[in-house]
Design a protein around this ligand. Structure first.
Ligand SMILES: NC(=O)C1=CN([C@@H]2O[C@H](COP(=O)(O)OP(=O)(O)OC[C@H]3O[C@@H](n4cnc5c(N)ncnc54)[C@H](OP(=O)(O)O)[C@@H]3O)[C@@H](O)[C@H]2O)C=CC1
Ligand SMILES: O=C(O)[C@@H]1CCC=N1
Length: 269
């Protein structure tokens, strides 16, 4: 596998490091582009990958290329690639950009260009990502396999119809930020009640990790697992009522919806 990355910022680097750590690609077989010499030097020193200035050079040296620039930069990158259309003959492009539709991604490129739209998340950096993808018009079964191998190296991966990609963005693309906010708030509550900050953060982090693992490993519905914590007339049900009184559930639903709507808006630009 020869992997390319156009845009090696927070998300691109997480996907790259996930793939390198999983051993599905060797650093010497990776080409990444950056406009800044300092970043190129850092990428090459820290990860041992080939860091170049030209996006076309990345595509020319790869079988599969993640497009990981900000959504508004992607159209500019596609124009650039289209100036050397032969570089697109034998490569799979995998866009991670929020909101950008396959039609937007495919239409500026030569007919037949193989494209996948995906939505990863940053825990890919440690192999704990959650990603979804949709195959483009000309992507084939082997491209689906390559996508699953790449995203799967960085965590879990599912295929969804394109109309659900913005929902995925709301749940798992943006989701880590909601969870970090919750962990911080849980720890704040502990500090409010007198725990030292570090101990509160350790307890909060392990609680989220443990609860998530319970859902994943038991396969039980979260409501059943919650009932196992709530003693009748006890502390937890009292706390759950306080959460519900403060609109916790609807705040979470609204957060997912706000992210999905923003993704749709980015896709319209
Ligand atoms: N962050 C996240 O949690 C997630 C992000 N995404 C998607 O991933 C994409 C990247 O987001 P994120 O990593 O957060 O953003 P960053 O700003 O961290 O990274 C974008 C990178 O693109 C590079 N870049 C900018 N212009 C160009 C260009 N013309 N050619 C090549 N590279 C360029 C920049 O590097 P330099 O200036 O060195 O060239 C920069 O490091 C977005 O489309 C976003 O929607 C998807 C899921 C989750
Ligand atoms: O905030 C963003 O726009 C990107 C997409 C999903 C997560 N981060």
């Amino acid at each position: 596998m020869k992997l390319g990355l156009i845009g090696c910022g927070k998300m691109g680097r997480a996907l790259l490091e996930g793939a390198l750590k999983a051993g599905i690609v060797k650093a010497e077989d990776v080409y990444v582009s950056s406009r800044t010499a300092e970043t190129r030097q850092a990428l090459s020193d820290e990860l041992g990958v080939n860091a170049v200035e030209s996006n076309v050079e990345v595509v020319q040296n790869s079988n599969a290329v993640y497009l990981c620039t900000k959504p508004h930069i992607i159209p500019l990158v596609l124009v650039e690639l289209n100036e050397e259309p032969e570089c697109l003959n034998d490569v799979l492009l995998i866009s991670a950009a929020a909101g950008l539709t396959l039609e937007t991604l495919e239409s500026p490129l030569p007919h037949g260009t193989r494209m996948v739209r995906c939505m990863p998340n940053t825990p890919s950096l440690i192999g704990k990502g959650a990603a979804a993808y949709t195959l483009g018009t000309h992507a084939n079964d082997a491209d689906a396999e390559t996508t699953c191998k790449l995203l799967g190296a960085a965590g879990s991966v599912i295929e969804v119809p394109e109309k659900l990609m913005d929902a995925v963005t709301g749940v798992s693309g943006s989701g880590p930020a909601y969870v970090y906010t919750f962990i911080e708030a849980l720890a704040d509550g502990g500090v409010f009640e007198g725990l030292p900050r570090q101990q509160a953060l350790e307890l909060a982090t392990q609680t989220v990790l443990g609860a998530a693992s319970m859902v994943a490993e038991t396969g039980l519905h979260p409501a059943i697992l919650r009932d196992m914590v709530c003693s009748p007339g006890g502390t937890t049900i009292t706390a759950v009522k306080a959460l519900e009184d403060n609109g916790f559930r609807s705040a979470a639903i609204n957060a997912v919806s706000a992210s999905a709507n923003k993704a749709r808006e980015l896709g319209r630009k």
